[in-house]
Design a protein around this ligand. Structure first.
Ligand SMILES: [Zn+2]
Length: 288
């Protein structure tokens, strides 16, 4: 199955009160782990690619070609969207050209009018090509690929304005942040989420910074209209921990344990476990 827009899977999720996970990828192992887990669990999935990760993988064309080919070679039949995460205006255009099936235009740091203007233009472009587009209001806190956000609470009226432009899904800051949550984090602002949901209706809402949000808060957010949840840091942490364990146990020095296919295997397996846990929590298992 070729890459698909995230529109159908997210509208189904919103109507069915579950969420589809976006798992950010960094390389071949990451992509393979996420795709095979989605297939095993019969779950739709969104592969997220930040601009930094795109550059790391030598460019968006490489990422799109690798993902398309991997879907074919692995016989993946569940719906897979390849999505630019926190794209700038130029990045969005490049990904559309490279064959991504979904983009996020993050204009949250721009003056609101400019966010509206650029989002409008990109909505028209994605509609013409049958791609999905995510927009953002209220920056997400924390740091991701050098983009630092303060963790604002989005203005519900601004959310409605951006949603009404015809975006596929909307990311709205509700106190969530990227990376690991600090000890004194106040939690998600469900009052704000409720107001945003009331004004944006059936529009699928996106929760960024899914790592470290307690399970009950995730479930409550899904109940209040969140139908896409982004997970990035958690896969990185589980990959690193499993790799550390392998090396600290001296396994790379036993036999051919230094073989990269062996060295990277525990990390790849750890990503699979994290993805599985999240898909079960989000309720997307069996929904492909
Ligand atoms: Zn994000």
């Amino acid at each position: 199955m070729a890459l698909v827009s995230a529109k159908d899977m997210l509208e189904k999720a919103k109507a069915g009160h579950y969420a589809v996970g976006q798992f950010n990828i960094n390389n071949l192992e990451w992509t393979k782990s996420v795709l095979t887990t989605a297939q095993e669990l019969n779950s739709p999935v969104i592969l997220g690619v930040s601009e930094g990760a795109g550059k790391y993988m030598t460019g968006y064309k490489t990422v799109a070609a690798m993902t398309e080919a991997m879907i074919e070679e692995l016989g993946i039949t569940v719906p897979v969207a390849l999505h630019l995460d926190h794209g700038g205006y130029e990045g969005c255009k490049k990904c559309i050209e490279a064959g991504f099936s979904s983009i996020m235009f993050d204009g949250s740091h721009l003056p609101f009018d400019e966010n509206v203007a650029k989002t409008t233009e990109l909505v028209a472009l994605t509609k013409k090509k049958g791609l999905s587009i995510e927009a953002e209001v209220g920056s997400i806190g924390g740091e991701e690929d050098g983009v630092v956000g303060a963790g604002e609470i989005a203005d519900p009226q601004e959310c409605k304005k951006i949603s009404d432009l015809g975006v596929t899904m909307l990311a709205a800051g509700i106190g969530n942040i990227h990376g690991v949550y600090p000890e004194n984090w106040k939690g998600l602002d469900f009052g704000a989420l409720d107001k945003i949901q009331a004004l944006t209706g059936d529009r699928p809402l996106v929760l960024h910074g899914g790592t470290g949000i307690p399970d009950d808060m995730i479930k409550k957010a899904i109940g209040l209209g969140v139908s896409k949840i982004n997970v990035n840091t958690e896969c990185q942490l589980s990959f690193a921990a499993a790799t550390r364990e392998y090396i600290e146990a001296g396994k790379d020095k036993q036999g051919k344990g230094f073989d990269p296919r062996k060295l990277l295997a525990p990390g790849a397996e750890a990503i699979k476990n994290t993805v599985k846990e999240k898909m079960e929590l989000f309720g997307s298992v069996g929904k492909a």
